[in-house]
Write a protein that binds this ligand. Structure first.
Ligand code: ADP
Ligand code: ZN
Length: 599
């Protein structure tokens, strides 16, 4: 049950009132600004000029009114009182420190601080007081409009009919096991407390989008029968200044009322990325993050609130977030392995009508690297394709088409392609396939086609039937060779190169780069990770290393290009044969492709 039932027409009224208010406010501020400007006899001197004058020791005395950023300056040369200037400084604290340093360094500059009466503060800061007041009013209005306290969506685990449990989460057995501990803590906190056990307050779930992080968090709430409050990091920062921080506060207030409960913060990197000392949107981010840190420290472990946060980029997070007592536990949720994929497919096939001969294991084999969300998507696409094809039930062919649609994009049968383009694509794809056929570590070719899909003019699909964790240097080098095979084939067969290889080049270049700077596979540069967060860190190793990286990337790519060239020149006849077959049939299967290599 959602506790978030605001009446929509009430919201509309607020929006209209707010708009009118905003227009009036803006008009007022503009009018005041001009009035203020006209009444000023003199313009403020720019801040840079002020600093320059101080550095050049031209200024005798600075008068500063407490609570104001406007300074009155008396210059040395000009005796006349009329000739005082004014300047506005961005930050009084910083400025005073600067002057103090000047004095310590021997400057005779005089800084007089006047505590001013209430009236002079008002008159000095009329404009800023007015605009601050306006801002506060606007923010209050927005708060009201949004019903801020109710912004966190509450899925009350007790009352929710579609309660999610661990049964709904396929695969991820170890992760579920680890989460069971959390579930029992939420159910019987006393048992743990008696034992003096400290249960983590915050758990960070890391993994690609769609791997089931939200699902897992929901399942914990469901298993423990506690409310689930969720919010996305991007929601915290989407609006006006100061709002993010107060949203965080409200979120935790609500959680304390509902405890025991789960707070889930999706995309925590949106608020939790490294704090900077920049201004504007960045500092808004910092405030939100600071508030989150305060809240995390503020509640006690016996509040029985567990905060789960999800991110795909844990390395981006501010280190303060990961300290003990905050998100000190990290669980990585990887895309499912073969068995996991089969289980997920099973869950989502329950509500669909399949032909009897369908083997979900086959599909699981063809979808290495797919996330849970993508698998669910494949089955849904298959159902759509089956319906469009007027089949009574989902057939093997529909499923295969769905996998291709999700991986390479939709088949574009309607696109008219010139014979010249077709020929180029045929050589290009044949090039990829033949080159990889001669590489020891390359995957088997599953299908080659010159029918355009998505943005690709054609494609070569490889069999992926193995879930791998490690990839060797040789494999990576050979992958470069097969990636460049397309471009090389164009050159060898047509003595011409085209834009068709741009994506191949992009992938190959990134791979070569990663080999060197991420995996430390370059003999020249050695086993070092140059994957730094801040380019400044690179300076540790000197500039030569950057030149060296560039050279090494080129060397890898050049070597791969020559190898592809050698293979295709030596097998020129095969290139012609496969390309011609593609021009005739448009698509070649694995078996048909293998025929060309039988002696
Ligand atoms: P994330 O939060 O990691 O981006 P979600 O939890 O929102 O991913 O997952 C998106 C959808 O994918 C889920 O609603 C669910 O339908 C499906 N899904 C992902 N992983 C699994 C899984 N392990 N078991 C069952 N369904 C899954
Ligand atoms: Zn290509």
């Amino acid at each position: 049950m959602s506790k978030n039932n605001k009446k929509p027409n009430k919201n509309n009224i607020y929006i209209i009132v707010l708009c009118i208010f905003l227009i009036v406010a803006v008009a007022l501020v503009i009018a005041l600004y001009f009035m203020n400007q006209n009444s000023d006899k003199k313009e403020n001197i720019p801040y840079t000029q002020l600093i320059k004058d101080i550095e050049e020791d031209k200024i005798e005395k600075i008068e500063m009114t407490v609570g104001s950023t406007t300074l009155k300056l008396t210059y040395k040369e000009r005796e006349n009182e009329e000739d005082t200037e004014t300047a506005i400084i961005p930050n009084t604290q910083v400025f005073m420190e600067y002057i103090n340093e000047k004095k310590l360094a021997g400057s005779d500059i005089e800084l007089e601080q006047k505590s001013s009466g209430f009236f002079s503060i008002i008159s000095n800061n009329f404009l800023s007081i007015i605009s601050t007041a306006l801002m506060i009013t606007i923010v209050v209005m927005i708060f009201k409009m949004q019903g801020l306290g109710d912004k966190g969506k509450v899925y009350d685990g007790v009352e929710n009919k579609n309660k999610v449990t661990f049964e709904d989460v396929a695969g991820l057995d170890e992760e579920k096991q680890e989460m069971k501990e959390i579930v029992s803590f939420l159910k019987e906190p006393e048992r743990f407390q008696k034992m003096g056990a400290k249960i983590p307050k915050g758990i960070l779930l890391c993994g690609k989008p769609g791997t089931g992080k939200t699902l897992m968090a929901r399942a914990i709430a469901g298993e423990a029968d506690v409310p689930f409050i969720s919010m996305s990091g991007s929601e915290f920062i989407e609006m006006f200044a100061g709002l993010g921080a107060s949203r965080v506060r409200k979120l935790f207030e609500k959680a304390k009322k509902l405890a025991p409960c789960i707070i889930f913060i999706d995309e925590i990197d949106a608020i939790g990325s490294r704090r900077t000392n920049a201004s504007g949107a960045e500092s808004e981010n910092n405030q939100t993050l600071n508030q989150l840190l305060v809240e995390m420290d503020g509640f006690e472990t016996n509040d029985t609130i567990i905060v789960l946060a999800a991110t795909n980029r844990p390395e981006m997070l501010d280190k303060a977030l990961l300290r003990p007592g905050r998100f000190d536990r990290q669980i990585t949720i990887a895309p499912p392995d073969l068995r996991g994929r089969e289980e997920i497919l099973k869950i989502y096939s329950k509500e669909k009508k399949f032909a009897d001969n369908i083997d979900l294991k086959n599909i699981a084999e063809d979808t290495a690297g797919f996330t849970g969300a993508e698998l669910a998507n494949v089955l849904n696409e298959a159902a759509i394709i089956a319906t469009v094809n007027k089949h009574d039930e989902i057939q093997e062919k529909d499923l295969e088409e769905a996998v291709k649609k999700v991986t390479v994009g939709l088949e574009k049968t309607s696109r008219v392609i010139s014979d010249k383009d077709k020929k180029l694509t045929a050589y290009h794809e044949a090039g990829h396939a033949i080159v990889s056929r001669y590489l020891a570590t390359s995957l088997d070719v599953k299908e080659i086609s010159i029918i355009p899909r998505g943005v690709a003019g054609g494609y070569t699909m490889y069999k992926t039937n193995e879930d791998k964790f490690y990839i060797s240097k040789t494999e990576m080098e050979e992958r470069l060779v097969s990636l460049l095979g397309g471009r090389v084939a164009e050159k060898v067969a047509l003595d011409e190169i085209s834009t068709g290889a741009s994506n191949d080049l992009e992938v190959a270049t990134k791979l070569a780069r990663d080999m060197i700077i991420v995996y430390g596979m370059s003999d020249k540069i050695g086993p070092i990770s140059l994957k730094v967060d801040d380019p400044i860190e690179l300076e540790l190793y000197g500039h030569e290393i950057e030149d060296e990286v560039g050279k090494e990337i080129r060397r890898l790519l050049d070597t791969a290009y020559s190898r592809a060239m050698q293979i295709l020149i030596a097998n020129r006849d095969k290139l012609e044969a496969v390309a011609n077959a593609l021009l005739q049939k448009e698509t070649i299967t694995q078996e048909e492709f293998e025929e060309f290599f039988k002696v």
